[in-house]
Design a protein around this ligand. Structure first.
Ligand code: XUL
Length: 532
């Protein structure tokens, strides 16, 4: 990057917060700062960054919250003395699937941003739907069924788009809004993803959607990386124009708008690289290097993902997305909605709200929990597709039981999560030889030990547990280097000198053996609950 010190910025717009990570050319993190939505923007009255609606299945976030959070974060950065004037490129990560609905006022308002007024004032009236549906929403069962019917079945939708119809996928959310709020749909000029929306704020025009995040919509042809006309037609009318272009994830999408130079002191030459989804950005941040390297991300959602060369999407479960780092590659992903919040719920119920107590209780029971299994469904689950909420506990003979001891309960929730991840990852052809753990809960070695024993592989951890935001910064560097080089460079050049991951836990062979019999049992028990 030349001789003067230069930096790149990764912005991570997650469900609960907006985070900035600034790295230097040697990949050192030189600055980090997070705005927590509930705590720092209480006027939006979110819980965990979202509004859960009374029907139990609709989950939204106010789009203007993300606008307000960006100004707040940048103001913090400026007063912290972050090196804003030396940032040469910005990229970002967004929670996947969420949609931002823009009316005809949006494009001119973005273009005309004036540094003397906050974004939220200037963009207050640019939304045709103010409450953005997000990934936790599971209210579109009817639209999913209709899409699969119109296309000739779930396998056809999966073959084309990489996933069968999923409730949180943006196309099905779009179909619902078209059907239930036709006036709002008609008043919509553009529909962005959370990722491309935050990018739009930066460049001052409606940003294109990148192919990796576009794969989470059920309307993109996964192989051609273009909107598929038949999927669009089965979703809502006039959709192609509302969605705009799809670009490769490393694309330079424009210069940072003058608003940010005048208001915050950013570099006038700062470029913006296409934003992508949080799981694709995590894949970049974890530098997954081909067969056998599989990531487990333990955050609000728990996800398992790895790279793929040949997409084989399944009508049963899981997703195939375009790769965010290799225009010819793919990634496979499984998402479980009952992740950290569920672990925290059990901690609060039986472990005195303390992770220390939680881990001590976990150590009191043996791997396999004497055959006791539980399926915690505090939120309607994505994988497996269990809609009825509750905690379903079973004894060693598969009989339903009302309660476990605290030690059994703690082990049951953790073992269920990792057993289910392994079961569904195997169904999708993901077979790790090493796991790389990330996300907030990846700092808990007791949890990682259970993961190592269940998968039978060592677990590695990155120095930073937040790979989405770091991955966004790596992608900024990659996109910037591709632009400077005038061609697509291999992503690996970015992290050639990165610090290797730390081997955190090795599997115990006897413990691994104890889990062999539990997998088919869990598969049967899940099937009893699926669809209900
Ligand atoms: C992935 C998914 C979640 C969100 C979390 O398909 O729905 O992991 O991306 O932000």
């Amino acid at each position: 990057m030349g001789t003067a010190p230069c930096y790149v910025l990764g912005l991570d717009s997650s469900t609960q917060s907006l985070k900035a990570t600034v790295i230097d050319e040697a990949l050192n993190v030189v600055y980090e700062r997070t705005v927590n939505f509930d705590a720092e923007l209480p006027e939006f009255k979110t819980q965990g960054g979202v509004h859960r609606h009374a029907d139990g299945v609709t989950v939204t976030s106010p789009a203007i919250l993300w606008v307000a959070a960006l100004d707040l974060l940048l103001a913090h950065m400026r007063s912290d003395g972050a090196p804003l004037g030396k940032i040469v490129a910005i990229s970002g990560s967004g929670q996947q699937h969420g949609s931002v609905w823009l009316n005809a006022r949006a494009a001119p308002a973005l273009h005309a941003l004036h540094y003397a007024m906050p974004l939220r004032t200037q963009l207050a009236d640019v939304f045709s739907v103010g409450d953005s549906p997000i990934w936790m929403d599971s209210s579109t069962g009817a639209q999913c069924a209709a899409l699969e019917k119109a296309m000739g079945g779930a396998q056809r939708v999966a073959e084309l788009s990489g996933s069968r119809a999923y409730e949180r996928f943006t196309g099905n959310q779009i179909a619902k809004i078209y059907q239930t709020e036709p006036g709002a749909y008609a008043a919509t000029a553009r529909i962005s993803l959370v990722s491309s929306f935050v990018a739009s704020l930066l460049i001052g025009s409606v940003a294109p959607i990148d192919a990796a995040d576009g794969s989470g919509m059920n309307v993109m042809d996964l192989r051609r990386k273009q909107w598929d006309p038949s999927l669009l037609k089965a979703t809502a009318p006039d959709l192609a124009a509302k969605l705009g272009m799809i670009v490769p994830s490393h694309t330079d999408i424009g210069l940072l708008h003058a608003y940010y130079m005048r208001r915050y002191g950013f570099n006038p030459a700062c470029r913006v690289i296409a934003f992508s989804g949080d799981n694709p950005c995590s894949l970049a941040g974890l530098r997954l290097s081909g067969a056998g390297d599989v990531a487990i991300s333990l955050g609000t959602s728990d996800t398992v993902f790895g790279t793929l060369t040949e997409p084989r999407p399944s009508a049963e479960e899981g997703h195939v997305f375009a790769s965010p780092v290799d225009p010819a590659g793919y990634m496979a992903l499984i998402c479980r909605k009952n992740g950290s919040l569920t672990r925290e719920h059990v901690r609060d119920q039986v472990a005195d709200r303390s992770w220390e107590t939680f881990n001590r209780l976990l150590a009191q029971t043996p791997p396999g929990n004497h055959g006791k299994l539980a399926i915690h469904v505090l939120e309607p689950e994505i994988t497996p597709a269990i809609h009825q909420t509750g905690v379903f506990r079973f004894d060693a003979a598969d009989g339903a039981v009302p309660a476990f001891t605290p030690a059994e309960e703690v082990r049951a929730v953790v073992e269920n999560q990792f057993l289910s991840m392994r079961l569904h990852a195997e169904n999708l052809g993901i077979k790790p030889t090493r796991l790389i753990a990330t996300g907030g809960a990846s700092v808990n070695t007791a949890l990682l030990r259970v993961a190592a024993d269940i998968f039978g592989t060592p677990v590695f951890v990155a120095e930073k547990s937040d790979s989405a935001s770091l991955g966004a910064a790596y992608r900024a560097l990659h996109g910037w280097r591709c632009r400077e080089g005038g061609r697509v460079l291999p992503f690996a050049i970015v992290f050639a000198n990165a610090v290797p991951f730390r081997r955190a836990v090795d599997p115990d062979a006897a413990a691994h053996g104890a889990y062999a019999g539990l997998l088919p049992r869990l598969a049967r028990l899940e099937q009893r609950l699926v669809g209900g």
